[in-house]
Design a protein around this ligand. Structure first.
Ligand code: A2P
Length: 289
C-alpha cells in the first residue's frame, strides 16, 4: 500500500536492458505467470513493447500496475507534462499507475523540482494514480520536500545485499516513502561490461548457504529478503524459467537471523551511477510517440 492509499503489488517485473525485440515476449510471460506490475522507463526505449506485451497477454491494461519514469532531458514543467503524453501513447494507455522522476539532475535541480510539480498536476488531474522519484538521496529528498506538496509515494534506488543504502531507506521511512529496489538481485554486480572486478551477489557464499537450506535459488532468497523487509522489488529477466523462478517467493520465509545475515553483507559501495554527478546521457532525447 502506497502512502496515498493506492495498492501496488510487492513484486513487479523489470525491463531495464531488455532489448525491445525481447521485451514484449518477456512481459507477456511475466503476466502469464502472475506478475501484475511492470516497471519501465522512457530511457529504456521499450515502453511500446511493454504495452504490446500486456495486450499479447490478453489483459486489460487496467489490470496491470504500470510504472514508468521521466528522463532528465524532459525535466521542466511543460516538458514533463509532454513526457507523460509520450509515455502513455507508447504504452497504449490513458492513465499511469505510477510516474516517477528517473533521477535527480544535480546540474539542474530547479528543473527537477519543476518536473515534480508537473507530476503533482498530473496526479491532481487523475492522469496518474501515484507519483515518486528514483535515485534520490536524503539531501535530494529534503530539497524536494521543502519545495513541493505531495510526498513521493516511492523512491526507487539501487538496492541489493551488497549495496542496501540503509541511510536512504531511513530517510524514505521517515517520510512515509516506500523504498523500491532496482537491481534487487544485484544484476548490476554482474552485468557484462560494467566492470570486471565486480563480485556477483548471486555467487555470495552466505546467500548460497541460506538458499541451500531452503532448497531455493540465491535470486529467490534475495527477493524474499526484499519483500520480507516490506520493500517493493522489480527483478528483470528475459528468460521464461527465471521469470517464473523470481515470482515464486511467497511460499517460504527467512528467519530473523537469516535476514540479519543478508543485511550484514552491505559493502556501502555503489555499482550504478552516482546520482550527484551529471552525465552526458542526460541529454539523450526521448522521441515522440
Ligand atoms: P536474464 O534476463 O538472462 O535472466 P537485476 O534485476 O537485479 O538487475 O538482475 C537482472 C540480471 O539478472 C539479468 O542479467 C538477468 O538475466 C539475471 N537474472 C534474472 N533472474 C535471475 C535468476 N533467477 N538467476 C540468475 N540470474 C538471473
Amino acid at each position: 500500500m502506497l502512502n496515498n492509499g493506492v495498492s501496488m503489488p510487492a513484486l513487479g517485473f523489470g525491463v531495464f536492458q531488455s532489448p525491445p525485440e525481447e521485451t514484449a515476449a518477456a512481459v507477456e510471460t511475466a503476466l502469464k505467470v502472475g506478475y501484475r506490475h511492470v516497471d519501465t522507463a522512457a530511457a529504456y526505449g521499450n515502453e511500446r513493447q511493454v504495452g504490446e506485451g500486456i495486450r499479447r497477454a490478453g489483459l486489460d491494461p487496467a489490470e496491470v500496475f504500470l510504472e514508468t519514469k521521466v528522463w532528465v532531458s524532459d525535466y521542466g514543467y511543460d516538458q514533463t507534462l509532454h513526457a507523460f503524453e509520450k509515455a502513455t501513447r507508447k504504452l497504449g494507455v490513458d492513465r499511469l499507475d505510477l510516474l516517477i522522476l528517473h533521477q535527480p539532475a544535480p546540474d539542474r535541480f530547479d528543473r527537477t523540482i519543476a518536473a515534480y510539480r508537473a507530476l503533482e498536476k498530473l496526479l491532481a488531474d487523475g492522469r496518474v494514480r501515484a507519483i515518486g522519484v528514483s535515485n534520490f538521496r536524503r539531501p535530494h529528498l529534503d530539497e524536494l520536500l521543502a519545495a513541493t506538496t505531495v510526498v513521493p509515494a516511492v523512491n526507487q534506488i539501487e538496492l541489493h545485499p551488497y549495496f542496501s543504502q540503509p541511510d536512504v531507506q531511513r530517510a524514505d521511512a521517515e517520510h512515509g516513502i516506500l523504498t523500491q529496489a532496482w537491481s534487487p538481485i544485484g544484476g548490476i554486480t554482474f552485468y557484462p561490461g560494467w566492470g570486471e572486478e565486480r563480485r556477483s551477489v548471486l555467487e555470495d557464499p552466505a546467500i548460497g548457504a541460506i538458499a541451500a537450506g531452503h532448497g531455493r535459488s540465491p535470486a529467490q532468497v534475495m527477493l524474499r529478503w526484499q519483500v520480507q523487509h516490506g520493500r517493493s522489488a522489480i527483478p528483470k529477466s528475459t528468460n521464461p524459467g527465471r521469470i517464473l523462478e523470481n515470482f515464486s517467493v511467497f511460499d517460504f520465509e527467512l528467519t530473523a537471523e537469516e535476514m540479519s545475515r543478508i543485511d550484514a553483507l552491505d559493502t556501502g559501495v555503489r555499482n550504478g551511477p552516482d546520482p550527484d554527478i551529471a552525465r552526458e546521457v542526460f541529454e539523450m532525447v526521448i522521441p515522440d510517440a
